[in-house]
Structure formats: structure tokens, C-alpha cells
Design a protein around this ligand. Structure first.
Ligand SMILES: [Zn+2]
Length: 327
């Protein structure tokens, strides 16, 4: 048995299991006999907890590492499941909330910002539904109390009386689940954030900051297959065709691919992406529809009206019959 003894300025001997090893904390003046007696007296506790911890450590090593594809599937599932639970519990707690973001990370199960934006770990999809609810309730209760005070937990328990049971489940099993996430959160600046809000699903990278609110606009694709819409929206930002995309959060709707209207390279990348993925409707003779790029300002009746800029249409870039580039 691996054993570590740490003596410090404390009054009694205590034991804990850390990374599969037994750790004894003892007062400075405790003798070896004192420690032996303590261990004999607590033999059963030490043995069972040590065995459990070692099994967990072993499981962690051998645990299946999720592939990027699997993580993505979990994130998509989380986007279906978690916002619905948040929507269910928020009125019971009596709070509002902002954006809901799904993350894949190795450290946190959830968080709540001071503005009420919520994040949840996609690994929650591998836990029982009660665990998901316990984390949702925990984060929503932070809308009332931004701390872990008695008042905070009183509110949690009022809404979710079984909280401690499922919190313990997560403490006991959470490490193993986190160990399935192979990489720590990538530092890739182009990391894609998926945000569900107001009937839209957004795919956003840090580069989205370069989008100018008065120059920004979109090429659009109308879909009837949500899974395909999600795939192309994600792919477009992952492969840096555009810095931001979104699609309607429904069985059909529209995909929007955002870029600055004066960025010729971005237009060409996006149109090529549309061609590659067959996102442009064709007539019977195979001629491409003359789709157009819409400035956001045009769809907002703001200070820039429709007449502010000329329309950008596909035929300015491509021959609609031969698909030869004109620019
Ligand atoms: Zn908390």
C-alpha cells in the first residue's frame, strides 16, 4: 500500500485518498504508534476507499478517449437536451437567463456568469438525467445567489430535493468522465463556440470580431435537413471559410454565412464553399439561381436603408451557366 504522511500544525489524525494513494495527515507531535493505531482503527474504511480509488484510477487510464466525432455528437445532443431543462427549471426558481453555451472541457460541469449566461459541459450527456438536472438547477440558482452559501443550497434543495444524491454521483464518477476527454480545451483561436439563442444556432469563432457591424452581411442557404444545415454551418467556420454562421433551430429554415461585404476573398471562399456543398439551387437546365448577398443593415430598417448600397449578386462573381469565375 502506498502511503504518504504529512505532518502539520493540526490537532488530530485524518486520512484521505488522493490519486489512488493513502494520505495520512497528522499533528507534528504524533508518534508512529499513534498513526499505526489510527490506521488499525480505520482499517476497513481505508481498505474499501483505497480499493475503490485504485479501481477508479485504473479505469481512468484504460478509459475510452472520445473521438472528435463523438464529442461533436455529445455537444449536439446537449444542445437538444440542456436548453429544455433550463427552460423548465428557470420559472420554478423564478429567474431569467441569457445565452446557453455547450463546452467540451475537462474541468467544469457548468458555470453561470454575472450576466446570466450559462455554460454546460457536453459530457453531461453521459450522466443520468438527474445529474443533468442537478447541474442545471445549481447554475440557475446562481442567478439568485452568486456564491455557495447556505441560502444558495436552500434554494437548490427547494427546487431539487435530491440534489446531494446526484451531486455525489458526479463527485464519484465525474473524474472518469472528464478523463474521456482526450485533450484539454484546445487553445486554437479558431475554436468554434456553438450558441443556441432566440431560435437560432450560432457557430462562432474568435475571428468573428473582425466582422464590422455596418459592412457585415450574409450569403444564405435554405435547408430542409437540420443535420445537414448544422454540418455545413460548422464546417464553414472550422475550415475558416467564414468567421461566423448560424442556422434556424428547426427542422427547416435558413443557414447564414457571415462576412464583411467588402472582403472579396471571403466572398470567393464562401461561393466556392456553396458550390462544393451544392448549396445553390439550380434550374432544370443546370443554371445556378442568381442568389444574393444581403447586408445585415438591409434587413434591419436602420439608418442604412435598402438604397444605401447596391445589391451583390452571384452573377457578379460567376457565370451562372458555366460556373466560370468572373473575378
Ligand atoms: Zn456553483
Amino acid at each position: 500500500m502506498e502511503l504518504e504522511i504529512i505532518r502539520s500544525n493540526r490537532k488530530s489524525i485524518g486520512a484521505e485518498i488522493k490519486q489512488g494513494k493513502l494520505l495520512i495527515r497528522a499533528p507534528i507531535q504524533a508518534t508512529n504508534e499513534d498513526i499505526n493505531n489510527f490506521m488499525l482503527k480505520n482499517k476497513k474504511w481505508i481498505e474499501t476507499h483505497l480499493a475503490e480509488a485504485q479501481a477508479r484510477e485504473k479505469a481512468k487510464e484504460s478509459y475510452h478517449k472520445l473521438t472528435a466525432e463523438e464529442v461533436r455528437a455529445l455537444a449536439n445532443k446537449a444542445l437538444e437536451v440542456i436548453p429544455a431543462r433550463v427552460k423548465y427549471y428557470a420559472p420554478l426558481i423564478g429567474v431569467t437567463y441569457g445565452r446557453i453555451t455547450i463546452r467540451n472541457q475537462k474541468s467544469k460541469w457548468g458555470s453561470c456568469s454575472s450576466k446570466g449566461n450559462l455554460t454546460f459541459n457536453c459530457l453531461l450527456m453521459l450522466t443520468p438525467p438527474e445529474v443533468i438536472d442537478s447541474v442545471v438547477v445549481h447554475e440557475l440558482c446562481h442567478r439568485k445567489e452568486m456564491n455557495h452559501s447556505d441560502k444558495f443550497y436552500a434554494e437548490v434543495l427547494r427546487v431539487f430535493p435530491d440534489y446531494w444524491k446526484w451531486d455525489k454521483w458526479l463527485k464519484d464518477n465525474g473524474d472518469i468522465l472528464m478523463a474521456m476527454m482526450s485533450n484539454p480545451e484546445p487553445k486554437d483561436p479558431n475554436k468554434v463556440q456553438v450558441i443556441k439563442q432566440n431560435g437560432w444556432v450560432f457557430y462562432i469563432t474568435k475571428e468573428a470580431r473582425t466582422l464590422d457591424e455596418h459592412k457585415c452581411g450574409k450569403w444564405m442557404y435554405f435547408f430542409g435537413d437540420k443535420a445537414f444545415a448544422a454540418k455545413v454551418c460548422r464546417e464553414a467556420v472550422e475550415t475558416r471559410v467564414v468567421a461566423e454562421s448560424k442556422h434556424t433551430d428547426g427542422p427547416d429554415g435558413v443557414c447564414c454565412f457571415y462576412l464583411n461585404g467588402d472582403d472579396m476573398e471571403a466572398h470567393k471562399r464562401t461561393i466556392q464553399f456553396f458550390l462544393d456543398n451544392d448549396l445553390i439551387q439550380k434550374t432544370k437546365t443546370g443554371r445556378l439561381y442568381n442568389i444574393s448577398f444581403k447586408y445585415d443593415d438591409q434587413t434591419r430598417a436602420g439608418e442604412y436603408g435598402d438604397a444605401f448600397r447596391g445589391k451583390i449578386t452571384l452573377d457578379q462573381f460567376l457565370d451562372l451557366n458555366t460556373r466560370a469565375w468572373k473575378v
